[in-house]
Design a protein around this ligand. Structure first.
Ligand code: PAF
Length: 282
């Protein structure tokens, strides 16, 4: 397994082992890897000759300094986990300076309104930060295929829009959510939960599953009110938002249309730790 800490070293290596017809698979991450990330690597290995994973906690996508400071940094453990998938994976773990060259700011993007919903509304500037780093990483790695987890469904839509608008030559694939045995969506932030909180956080998936059942016969408003009532009963949890949105535009569902695909999105705080989840509704 090869580890590169600078873009120059990575670029020199990729130039020496690939040509224009080499398929490069890429999994961008912020580390603290879990089975969900490893499943993205497995998908990449199936379809590409060279496989790269980046581990970089991107400061410009955090709108909360405490969240950034407390984000788990576990490179040694991450490397060991990657090795369980394959030895033949290139790890790119650059420093903030190497990536941002002394100017740690986001560029500004227009994603036709996708950026103003949900995560974009509650984490101001978040998607400009995500797009800035994803664009930069795509320029460095020049992947043929890039893999993202569906838990961050809005992020996947944003990355697809970025690729479309900037005409970047990469196929973006989203892979299914991995869940713990109690249903909690796997996330690097789960590391920060106590065992008890982790156990109790099963309520998030349980509630959106119930929301899915109710959406068959109830309106989006009624389902939303049900979810809000469920979380009022949970003093350890603070519901930031629950939204039923149309999958393509991410606009809130006001009146159901039989021709549209809908999805529920939720963000919940457990003792200042922010967890998100999503489920397809039809
Ligand atoms: O999903 C993540 O872990 C991050 O947002 C990403 C895509 C690696 C960009 O920093």
């Amino acid at each position: 397994m090869l580890l590169f800490n600078t873009q120059n070293e990575l670029t020199a290596h990729l130039n020496s082992v690939s040509n224009e017809s080499t398929a490069i698979g890429f999994v961008p991450t912020m580390g603290a890897l879990h089975k969900g990330h490893l499943s993205l690597l497995e998908e990449s290995l199936k379809n590409n000759q060279i496989n790269v994973i980046s581990i970089f906690v991107n400061p410009t996508q955090f709108n909360n300094a405490e969240d950034l400071a407390k984000y788990p940094k576990t490179l040694v453990e991450d490397m060991a986990k990657i090795k369980t998938v394959s030895d033949d994976i290139i790890v790119f773990a650059p420093s903030v300076d190497d990536i941002y060259e002394g100017n740690t700011v986001s560029k500004h993007f227009d994603f036709d309104g996708l950026e103003n919903q949900m995560e974009g509304k509650f984490r101001l500037g978040h998607f400009n930060g995500v797009a800035t780093i994803v664009k930069r990483l795509f320029e460095i790695v020049k992947p043929t295929n890039a893999y993202f987890g569906e838990k961050d469904f809005q992020q996947v839509q944003i990355v697809k829009k970025l690729v479309e608008k900037l005409k970047i030559k990469v196929n973006v694939t989203s892979c299914p959510i991995y869940r713990e045995s109690n249903g909690l969506a796997m996330s690097s932030r789960n590391e920060r939960l106590t065992n008890k909180e982790r156990e109790k956080a099963a309520i998030i998936y349980k509630t959106i599953l119930e929301a899915k059942k109710r959406f068959v016969s109830k309106s989006a408003k009624e389902v939303t009110e049900f979810v809000q009532r469920e979380f009022i009963k949970q003093p350890d949890f603070e519901l930031e938002y629950f939204q039923i949105a149309e999958e393509v535009t991410l606009l809130p569902c006001i009146r159901k249309s039989p021709h549209k695909k809908y999805r529920a999105f939720i963000a919940v705080f457990v003792n200042k730790i922010r967890l998100i989840d999503t489920i397809s509704l039809n």
